[in-house]
Design a protein around this ligand. Structure first.
Ligand SMILES: Cc1ncc(COP(=O)(O)O)c(C=O)c1O
Length: 469
């Protein structure tokens, strides 16, 4: 699996046609990834895309066309998915803090609610006008460990009902007249690339389900195994073997003949990450006391995940080769929290283009866009990878502009009325025709190449002020 949905030429073309920084999502890559997984899974596994990973309307539309169901976690996500032509049973609704209005919306859409506690049951009991079947989200006591803390493994958790409290809740739930627990949901660990580790959690869930069925007579129409299918974020990381996962699930179903319902998988990262690339230009390169800071147009306001998990997105300097050396990637924000990773890259200078791969999931949707009021990046849906026309020589880039507006031969600006150009962009986020209004004006002449080559100049840059935030 390539870590970058777009080759260098396509990255350059995208950055020439649109103001940077930007996200670009490849339809072809998203489609391939969905079909790759779908093709490996037994027919009794229903595949629901976790909308939180990337709620871009074109991506949702594509997955719906390919037959996906959807896992939502807010009223907003339910609204997005409610706009798609879906059959009943294709929408799930989870979340540790569901409001009454959101539950009412879920019922109106016919979504299957993953009940996470007694409060959800009570709200539904009051709202439902006819019997409604729900799944109970259980927080397991063992058997779900995770490396980067994302969902939380088996520690204390805001999600679901702790496994040890399930019997009491089931007993209490018998008093309800409208709401029936007819399924289980267990998801405690994310970004797992080892099929055997995923399967061992799934095995634990089926055993738990069997115990609940035997001891409490719980009828189970479905068992939702959550998401958690991992992707590589570095070249040395092996991708998940989806065929092994599919075969393992088939064996589990065979071993649990008592269960005749459906299994649900709700991956977000696996389905969406590979289709996305984030492109940003270098604004400045600063050497400070032995560290090369590469300061980009966007930072944690566009990509927060590296800060949250300590794991950078894969990154490449577009069109650059040569020896690499350490670089600390930062954004333009006035906080030392603004870090995108410590990586190795070739020599870079202002105007150079940097591409972050695997940013189709938990990219912009997980970022803190309003912080410092920088412009929001465009999110461009790419049906056909673009090419530069005419084929590029070396693009004569204005040396001191962080958002070059004059690529060699700019493609014609998007026609006002046309919905799509190449690459097409969803109307709601179509890049502005004129210069990005909030792009800074061209920078003043650059100081001599790099501070480390002219140490005397360092005096011009006073020692760091106390850090903010
Ligand atoms: C309930 C639920 N389902 C599915 C997912 C998707 O997880 P992943 O992207 O790891 O597949 C999440 C992620 O937080 C989740 O909370």
């Amino acid at each position: 699996m390539s870590l970058f949905a777009f080759e260098d030429a396509a990255c350059r073309a995208l950055a020439a046609a649109h103001p940077t920084p930007l996200f670009a999502y490849s339809r072809a890559m998203a489609s391939r990834q969905f079909q790759h997984l779908r093709g490996a899974l037994p027919a009794r596994v229903q595949l629901a895309f976790a909308v939180k990973a990337n709620p871009h309307p074109e991506l949702l539309k594509l997955f719906a066309e390919l037959g996906a169901s959807f896992d939502c976690a807010s009223g907003g996500e339910l609204h997005r998915v409610g706009a798609l032509p879906l059959a009943s049973g294709q929408v799930f609704y989870a979340g540790p803090g569901k409001r009454r209005e959101e539950l009412a919306l879920a019922l109106a859409l016919g979504a299957r609610v993953q009940v996470e506690g007694w409060e959800d049951l009570l709200h539904l009991e009051a709202l439902a006008e006819q019997p409604v079947h729900v799944n109970l989200r259980v927080h397991p006591a063992t058997g779900a460990e995770e490396r980067n803390r994302i969902i939380g493994g088996t520690g204390p958790s805001a999600f679901g009902v702790d496994e040890e409290n399930v019997p009491a809740l089931l007993e209490r739930a018998q008093l309800l007249t409208q709401v029936r627990i007819r399924g289980l949901h267990v998801f405690a660990a994310s970004n797992q690339r080892d099929a055997e580790a995923l399967l061992s959690t799934h095995r634990m869930v089926l055993e738990l389900a069997h115990r609940l069925q035997q001891r409490h007579g719980l009828l189970l129409e479905q068992i939702d195994l959550g998401g958690g299918l991992g992707v590589p974020y570095a070249p040395e990381e092996a991708p998940l073997d989806v065929n092994a996962l599919g075969q393992g699930l088939a064996s589990l179903l065979a071993a649990h003949a008592w269960f005749t319902g459906r299994l649900i998988l709700e991956p977000g990262r696996f389905l969406a990450a590979p289709c996305g690339v984030y492109l940003a230009r270098v604004v400045r390169v600063k050497e400070s006391r032995g560290t090369r800071f590469v300061i980009l147009e966007g930072g944690i306001n566009h990509l927060l995940r590296p800060l949250l998990t300590g794991q950078p997105f894969p990154v490449k300097a577009v069109g650059k080769t040569g020896t690499t050396r350490p670089a600390t990637l930062t954004g333009p924000l006035c906080t030392s929290l603004d870090r995108l990773g410590d990586v190795h890259l070739p020599e870079l200078e202002p105007g150079d283009l940097v591409a972050f791969g695997m940013t189709g999931a938990y990219g912009f949707t997980e970022a803190m866009a309003p912080f410092l009021s920088h412009p929001a990046p465009a999110e461009i849906w790419v049906e056909t990878p673009p090419t530069l026309t005419p084929p590029p020589t070396t693009p004569p880039r204005p040396p001191h502009t962080n958002t070059p507006q004059k690529p060699p031969t700019p493609p014609p600006p998007p026609k006002k009325k046309k919905k799509r150009t190449k690459p097409p962009t969803p109307p709601h986020q179509k890049p502005k025709k004129k210069k990005n209004p909030s792009s800074p004006p061209p920078l003043p002449p650059r100081p001599p190449p790099s501070p480390q080559k002219s140490p005397k100049k360092k005096k011009k840059f006073p020692p760091k002020k106390p850090q903010k935030n």
